[in-house]
Design a protein around this ligand. Structure first.
Ligand SMILES: CC(=O)/C=C/C=C(C)/C=C/C1=C(C)CCCC1(C)C
Ligand SMILES: CC(/C=C/C=O)=C\C=C\C=O
Ligand SMILES: [Fe+2]
Length: 568
């Protein structure tokens, strides 16, 4: 059991964000100040003494009972069904403290796991509609010497600050649009949409550590790229792209390594995608190449994309952005997107070095948020014959977007409603053949026909690999509820499940010096049904639980994480 002496706790307090533009980062960094116009959030301005020296129980009890009024859990939308902790807004703006650990955290695990996600889904009495609408909640698990310090904090985006100051929605979120009261303001709204001024900067999807050490929270709008401090979770400022590439949106999941940041910029005017690359220590993206769409009328949604050692794979999914839907105030069944099966689906393969397209094939229709990994397959002479691409594939069925509406997530009655998903494996031939293939990489029953929120050992990014970690399903359920280790060679899955709970993305951290692909730990944060929650560590190889630590109170569901290793 870890010792419980060193901790600090901030209970329902508000710390003003930095007021100057000086950010402790290399001089090449360019971040603007995030000082709110009015000095801060309207939710809670009370500053209470940080807990210290007292017993942990006292601090935890304080944290658990002093939720500011604005953070009361939001209603489920159905009087008979109690909302699961996973879909209940975070109860206060921030908290930090050491957790008691059951089991053993490996001593080699030294660093911080950060997880981002949309954890605040209401403004006063007004409830947001969709999982993806919520304001970003950043959570940290800091591991050192077998001990664990936990903390969470709201990201101080302009959208969050404006909403809390005015107690109303001020920017366009995934499904929510601020109300317009007159025709004249509607015209203004259109201008603000086209210029990007009204788009959200609510960086609620993921978090990445750049090769130069900066930690950036991201969403699908480019302006929603926000630099944070991985220790304090402070919002440091906007990540400003200094190039003149323009555009308003990008993939929520760039590919980030020690040497580069690669992402896709969809072009809604001339349907296509720019593949861009940014070097560590700079804020300037440079164009690698461009892909024109083969189907129309707009590019497919690119929440994520895969790479191999030499190629960037640009997916053209028939779930396409829709300019018309962007302009609508009320959400459409597919929000800002439209399903165009008649336009077909394609995979384009671009050479990273030259920007040339080496293959562009039609593939079976598919729906995915998350690509898992990709690699080059070679013949006996070492020539690359195919590119293999794996993703969490929703059986070409867009209803998953609707299932992620909060009302649906909050109204689970025991009836199985989660649509089937699988590990979709594409084979893209590089010999000029016009078609690629898509099949299940393993029997989906191995993981309960649920499949999303994946990670791999990052050392295998773009390379032939054997293991993926993801969330599967123990049915009946309305959301993926297992942690699953997938063996793509033996076509088997091993599932971890705790009845009634919802675990977040299993995140793999390799043991330093490991030679086996699955030598490491898998971290997840688990939300219990009735207000509780805990962090769990599984052994990457056996997939057995090795440690867990209860949170002072349950946290809402979160999406994606990053690992920031300790520097010493
Ligand atoms: C949380 C998550 O996974 C996805 C979030 C997506 C967002 C916030 C998308 C926002 C958008 C707009 C506000 C307008 C333009 C289109 C689009 C990128 C979908
Ligand atoms: C949580 C999710 C899908 C679950 C489906 O079973 C998708 C999240 C997408 C954004 O990161
Ligand atoms: Fe995602």
């Amino acid at each position: 059991m870890a010792s419980m002496t060193a901790f600090s706790a901030t209970v329902g307090c508000y710390f003003p964000p930095p007021t100057s533009t000086s950010i402790k980062a290399p001089s090449l960094f360019r971040c603007s100040s995030s000082t709110p116009a009015d000095g801060g959030s309207a939710f809670s301005r009370k500053r209470e003494a940080a807990g210290g020296g007292g017993s942990r129980e006292a601090v935890v009890a304080g944290a658990a009972t002093q939720a500011p009024a604005a953070f009361v859990p939001s209603p489920s939308g159905d009087a008979d069904v109690k909302s699961h902790t996973a879909w209940t807004s975070v109860r206060q703006e921030r908290w930090e403290g050491e957790l008691a650990v059951q089991g053993q955290i490996p001593l080699w695990l030294s660093g911080t796991y950060l997880r981002n996600g949309p954890g605040l889904w209401h403004l006063g009495d007004y409830n947001f509609r969709h999982l993806f609408d919520g304001y970003a909640t950043l959570v940290k698990l800091h591991f050192r010497d077998g001990r664990l310090v936990f903390g969470h904090r709201q990201i101080e985006s302009e959208a969050y600050k404006a909403a809390t100051k005015n107690n109303k929605l001020c920017y366009r979120e995934f499904s929510e649009v601020p109300r317009t009261d007159s025709f004249l303001s509607y015209i203004g709204d259109l201008a603000n949409l086209l210029s990007g001024a009204s788009l959200t900067d609510n960086a609620n999807t993921g978090v990445v550590k750049l090769g130069d050490g900066r930690v950036v929270c991201l969403t699908e709008t480019q302006k929603g790229s926000i630099v944070v401090d991985p220790d304090t979770l402070d919002t440091l400022g906007k990540f400003e792209y200094t190039d003149s590439l323009g555009g308003l949106i990008h993939s929520a999941h760039p590919i980030v390594t020690e040497s580069e940041f690669l992402t896709l910029l969809p072009d809604l005017i001339r349907p296509g995608y720019l593949v861009v690359r940014m070097e560590p220590g700079t804020n300037e993206r440079k164009v690698v190449g461009r892909v024109d769409c083969r189907g129309g009328p707009a590019p497919g949604w690119v929440h994520s994309f895969p790479v191999t050692e030499h190629y960037v794979v640009v997916p053209e999914m028939p779930l396409r952005y829709c300019a018309g839907n962007l302009l609508k105030a009320e959400p459409t069944p597919l929000y800002k997107f439209e399903w165009h099966p008649e336009s077909s689906a394609y995979m384009h393969v671009m050479c990273k070095a030259s920007g040339k397209i080496v293959a562009s094939v039609e593939v079976p229709l598919f729906v995915t948020f998350h690509f898992i990994n990709a690699y080059e397959e070679k013949d006996e002479d070492g020539r690359v014959t195919d590119v293999i691409v794996d993703c969490c594939e929703h059986q070409a069925d867009t209803t998953i977007l609707e299932k992620l509406r909060l009302q649906n997530l909050r109204s689970f009655t025991g009836v199985d409603v989660l649509p089937d998903a699988r590990v979709g494996r594409f084979r893209i031939p590089l010999d000029g053949s016009p078609n690629g293939e898509l099949d299940a990489a393993l029997d989906p029953n191995e993981h309960g026909r649920g499949m999303d929120m994946c990670s791999i050992n990052p050392a295998f990014l773009g390379k032939k690999y054997r293991y993926a970690y993801a969330c599967g399903a123990e049915r009946p359920c309305n959301f993926p509820n297992t942690l699953t280790k997938i063996d793509l060679m033996d076509k088997k899955a091993k599932n971890w499940h705790d009845e009634g709970t919802i675990p977040s993305e299993p995140f793999f951290v390799a043991r330093p010096g490991a030679t086996e692909e699955d030598d490491g730990v898998v971290i997840s944060m688990v939300s219990e049904a009735d207000g509780g929650g805990y962090a769990v560590l599984l052994d990457g190889s056996t997939f057995e639980e090795i440690a867990r630590a209860r949170f002072p109170y349950g946290l809402p569901y979160g999406l994606h994480g990053a690992w920031v290793p300790s520097s010493s």
